[in-house]
Design a protein. Sequence first.
Length: 152
Amino acid sequence: MGSTRIYHVGIVVPALEPAMAQFSAAAGVTWGRVQRFPAEFASPSGTRTYDQTFVLSLEGPPYIELLVQVPGSVWERTGLHHLGMWSDDVPGESADLEERGCAWQAAILDGTGRRAGGCYHHLPDLDVRVELVSRSGSAPRLARYLAGGDYR
């Protein structure tokens, strides 16, 4: 996995608007539209729907993704959460990360039950993850979002 595939950094925050203001003041970034929608994620303990609220910086890559904290989920702890990486083979790369000792924590599944995107793996000894994101599924969504539309 090459570093050129890293396209965003995910940070979990307790509240979106104050975090957006702080990052704007500190780093001069501007923001796309705040996104709010339910999303179903599978984890080793089962499948659950979470209310997602997030925003991406318009400057990048790497883009800054701010995600609102969700108690009882993979987004429970605030702070640096993940490095978002494009993947052309989420299931294969997910299996490879597991073989290397990076535990799978959550993912969006496709219709056959395979990990299809939003696939989080925890790095051993660090409280940070990598997120495998399907390039074919999400790159068009990102382009639409950066042009002023919604991510979904």
